[in-house]
Design a protein around this ligand. Structure first.
Ligand SMILES: [Zn+2]
Length: 306
């Protein structure tokens, strides 16, 4: 890193204006992976200009962006060279793209505290991040890991009188973590494809769409995710036409829960109902392909003459 450049035009501007410039250059629409962005784009090259700019711009980079990390980055058995060079004391918003254990711990009989199913070590790391305000962990590729974590938290929460961890399903595919020192942090576990698609599709299914409007709306969602919209659309369509049991199976169809029913439930009932329904939907997503679901929906439409 070179020394400050006294005549740099940047330093003739007020600090407020410099911050505006950094914000413009260093705000990214998606979560950033520091190794990739800080070292790899022309804009983040700004950080290497000199010490003062680095310090000012780094604060902006961390304040305005969501940082993408994984358990690998905190795993106690992983070589630091293989971990993201993150300054955890500055991270405000983070996203874990998976809930999988690190590669190193995957091969060991005894996982480290960060990678164990109860994730106590990981939560400890998050609690220790002084300015962390929000975190999302996408568990969609490690559903079994997350379900074990949820169960362990439920067992622990039931026994503990102080600081007990609670993991509550607040809406389809999304679980909020409270307790265990996490109260300053809005921490959620999400089945991201399900949680991001379900609200839009559920709203669509309640509107009276023409065939072409329906196709346009689905095409827009398929552009975001080619897999999930057709699957969930089949589930929603079937529910509207009294055919949930045919699509989901008799038992799973019983987990269907209407918004109006949720409104009358207390917190515990709501959590249980949404969790049951989430499990049904994520199982359905895994079991079928989008093409199968489209074909099946067409066959159902023909059979009921819609
Ligand atoms: Zn580990």
């Amino acid at each position: 890193m070179s020394d400050p450049i006294p005549c740099s035009p940047l330093f003739k501007l007020s600090p407020e204006l410099r911050i505006k410039i950094y914000s413009h250059l260093l705000t990214f629409p998606n979560p950033i992976h520091l190794r990739q962005h800080v070292r790899g784009t022309p804009h983040t090259a700004l950080l290497r200009t000199n010490r003062q700019i680095h310090s000012e711009a780094r604060a902006v980079l961390y304040d305005l962006n969501t940082i993408s990390l994984s358990r690998n980055d905190f795993c106690l058995n992983t070589d630091p060279v293989l971990q993201t060079p993150v300054q955890t004391q500055h991270v405000r918003h983070l996203r874990f793209t998976s809930f999988g254990e690190s590669l190193a711990c995957n091969f060991l009989l005894e996982r480290c505290a960060v990678c164990r199913d109860d994730a106590r070590g990981l939560l400890g790391v998050l609690v220790g991040m002084p300015v962390l305000r929000s975190g999302t962990i996408d568990y969609s590729t490690q559903i079994a890991n997350f379900m074990r974590f949820r169960q362990l938290a439920a067992d622990e929460g039931g026994r503990s009188t102080t600081g007990g961890l609670t993991v509550t399903c607040g809406r389809v595919g999304m679980y909020r973590v409270r307790g265990a020192g996490m109260d300053q942090v809005d921490l959620t576990f999400a089945h991201r494809p399900l949680a991001s698609m379900w609200p839009d599709l559920a709203t669509l299914s309640r509107s009276s769409l023409s065939d072409s409007e329906e196709e346009t709306a689905l095409a827009r969602l398929r552009a975001q995710d080619p897999d999930v919209p057709d699957k969930l659309w089949l589930v929603l369509w079937a529910a509207q036409h009294g055919l949930s049991a045919a699509v989901l199976g008799e038992q799973a169809a019983g987990a269907w829960v209407e918004e109006s029913e949720l409104a009358s439930m207390d917190g515990e009932q709501r959590d249980a109902a949404l969790h049951r329904f989430t499990v049904v939907l994520q199982t359905f997503l895994k079991a079928h392909t989008a093409v199968q679901c489209r074909r099946y929906l067409n066959a159902l439409r023909e059979s009921v003459g819609v």
